[in-house]
Design a protein around this ligand. Structure first.
Ligand code: SF4
Length: 659
């Protein structure tokens, strides 16, 4: 007998709803888009459509293992708890760390964060989401006083202009791209501008493509900010009533706003720059969508604020069809931010920088050993493993030996680390190969909990099948270790629903004007019973007494979460990219995702049809550079950077910039 279960796709941050028709006897599932889910209204991309091909057991990790041998759960959990406790006793609490993933469900993330920051008492808990959107988090906090995405997907349909910055949306957020394409078909006035050094598939719907020089985004957006001011196109009422810092920011922007200077720095045609500026200036309903090309940068936070400055200056924020909008990479990058899954965050959008927040969370968790300062972010965390100051690390649901920058160093770090624990649903990855203890986690089709997508929408991910082998939920694994470490009462969790209720209650705890108002508040869900939790329909936070069914947008009428209640303009002084071409390294290597694979392919590569799109690593080279370096179409190139070398198949194409 089959049954259809509503769940969500586990890949990108679009967070598409899925109708999964499950045959439990044959362990097969038929996948369709959920027409009722507001993220996708029935659409799915190639990856989501192929989910049914990834639920087999062949590649799964099915039993706990310690030092290469199968073992039972009790032995494995006790070994992890004992070794973490021994390491802390011998070397101090900063000698242990957890590295999580945007693949974790919110409930998993909550337990990890509570264990590390609340009870072990250091904040060495970071996540691979650090790589995809921590710049957006920092940019939001600088401008808004909170990590708030002001708009929603529906704005795509209201907009008259959509600017896509550093985002190959067609490949990386395909269903959002489909929505934008459909919006453009329905509204011939909708202009699409793509700002990206490469001419990608996203440019298929672009009215204008600006192939700017890598890393020059702040120059381009400072120029736009200045253009708006010089041409009298600012919203002075909004600036005066709802913002601060305008004068310093515009002075800095105007210092770098000469058109020829912008053209030279960005390597763009001046006419194209002016055309973009005019379109932006004269289109009220404009959205700026940005992704990894903005975020994954040494100047990522400045890029985010350079974009936000232009929206604050025109008051185009939080209203239908307008605003800055960060496209998150992972299915639960946003959920991780909600619980405090980054090393510099505390919990529920509270911070270490605020002593009252630290005391508040300690009160809620009833702990006297809470961390009082931020911990090591992802790259530094593995540097600390490498230099031996972190001696026990627990990696959950991610493959950093492949996915982190300077991956060879990460591999060396883990090779020499005295104690490496990996929880994963896949048995053989480059990271599981280096684990002393392997803990089998449930995979997408077995997990049960919630995720939050790019537009702050919380959706349920539901179990389709019984767990494979001895696989367990990540929250259960962590709670069991926490109890064995001595934190029995605080981690006595019996279900994902129980954890969600606690997370929701913390979001509303002492969250008011007197004690400090916070944007993230889902206290309206804190008393859900198990049945209601199971039946939870997708909702956008905040969900509280004022917004019982959620809220689509923030900040149309101000109400920022800064001390003054006003948004902050940030003065952005463009800096030269850290890695510019040199005699030794004369070319710029720009990396990107491919359409049909996800992360390090540990799951998507299980679907045969997904491997047909781009079956091997490739490098795209401009014809002039190909000639200069003797490269031919379909030949092999050896790429060498300051970080290492690799071989890739050559594709000669003028979609790449010339040297
Ligand atoms: S990968 Fe992203 S766009 Fe594709 S179905 Fe999944 S959530 Fe939707």
């Amino acid at each position: 007998m089959t049954v259809t279960i509503k769940t969500t796709c586990p890949y990108c941050g679009v967070g598409c709803g899925v109708n999964a028709t499950v045959d439990d006897v044959t362990r097969t599932v038929k996948i369709q888009g959920d027409k009722a889910h507001p993220a996708n209204y029935g659409r799915l991309c190639s990856k989501g459509s192929a989910l049914g091909e990834t639920v087999g057991l062949a590649e799964r990790l099915l039993t706990p293992k310690a030092y290469g041998q199968d073992t039972d759960w009790d032995t494995a959990l006790s070994l992890v708890a004992r070794t973490f406790n021994d390491t802390i006793k011998r070397y101090g609490k900063h000698s242990v760390a957890i590295y999580g993933s945007g693949q974790l469900l919110t409930e998993d993330y909550y337990v990890a964060n509570k264990l590390m920051k609340g009870f072990i008492g250091n904040a060495n808990l970071d996540t691979n989401s650090r790589l995809c959107m921590s710049s957006s988090v920092a940019g939001h906090k600088r401008a808004f006083g909170s990590d708030t995405v002001p708009g929603c997907y529906e704005d795509f349909e209201y907009a008259d202009m959509i600017v896509l910055i550093g985002s190959n949306t067609a490949w990386c957020h395909p269903v959002s791209f489909q929505r934008i394409r459909a919006a453009k078909e329905a509204n011939p006035n909708l202009k699409v501008v793509v700002i990206d050094p490469r001419r990608t598939a996203t440019c298929d719907i672009a009215d204008l493509h600006l192939p700017l020089a890598s890393g020059s985004d702040t120059v381009l957006f400072n120029g736009l900010f200045a253009f708006l001011e010089v041409n009298g196109l600012l919203n002075h009422g909004y600036i005066a009533e709802h913002t601060e810092g305008f004068s310093g920011a515009i002075t800095t922007a105007k210092a770098h706003a000469d058109l020829m200077h912008i053209s030279e720095r960005c390597l763009l045609n001046p006419d194209d720059i002016i055309l973009f500026y005019r379109w932006f200036a004269h289109t009220e309903k404009v959205m700026s969508l940005y992704s990894q090309g903005v975020n994954q940068s040494t100047a990522g936070t400045d890029k985010v604020n350079a974009i936000i400055n232009c929206h604050l200056a025109t008051g185009r924020i939080g209203k239908p069809g307008m605003g800055p909008f960060s496209l998150t990479g992972q299915p639960n990058a946003m959920g991780g931010r909600e619980v405090g899954g980054l090393a510099h965050q505390l919990a529920a959008h509270m911070d270490f920088s605020n002593k009252e927040d630290v005391e508040r969370v300690a009160r809620f968790w009833q702990t006297d050993s809470i961390a009082d300062a931020g911990g090591l972010p992802a790259v530094s965390l593995f540097d600390a493993v490498y230099d031996g100051s972190v001696k026990a690390v627990w990696i959950m649901g991610t493959n950093p030996v492949v996915s982190l920058p300077n991956a060879d160093k990460v591999k060396q770090a883990l090779k020499h680390c005295p104690f490496v624990v990996v929880s994963d649903c896949i048995a053989q990855t480059d990271t599981t190969a280096l684990a002393h203890v392997l803990l089998p986690a449930q995979g997408w089709s077995e997990k049960n909990g919630t995720v939050t997508n790019s537009e702050r929408r919380i959706s349920r991910q539901r179990s389709l099948f019984k767990p494979a082998g001895q696989a367990k939920p990540d929250w259960w694994i962590m709670a069991q270790v926490a109890q064995r470490m001595g934190y029995k009462d605080a981690f006595n969790y019996q279900s994902a629903a129980q954890i969600f209720r606690e997370h929701a209650a913390l979001s509303g705890f002492e969250n008011n004007r007197e004690q400090g108002l916070r944007d993230f508040d889902i206290s309206g869900l804190a008393t859900l019973n198990d049945v209601d939790y199971d039946a939870l329909t997708p909702m956008q936070w905040p969900i509280n007494a004022d917004n019982p069914t959620g809220k689509a947008r923030f900040f149309a009428d101000g109400g920022y979460y800064t001390a003054s209640g006003k948004a902050q303009f940030i003065a952005i002084k463009p800096t030269a990219p850290i890695h510019s071409p040199s005699n030794d390294y004369p070319l710029i290597l720009n990396t990107g995702r491919i359409r049909d694979q996800w992360h390090t392919m540990t799951r998507t590569a299980l679907a045969a049809k997904l491997n047909q799109h781009k079956p091997e690593p490739f490098v795209e080279v401009h014809p002039n550079d190909g000639q200069r370096y003797g490269l031919v179409e379909q030949g092999l190139a050896k790429l060498t950077t300051t970080w290492g070398s690799m071989y890739a198949r050559v594709h000669i194409t003028s979609t790449q910039k010339n040297r």
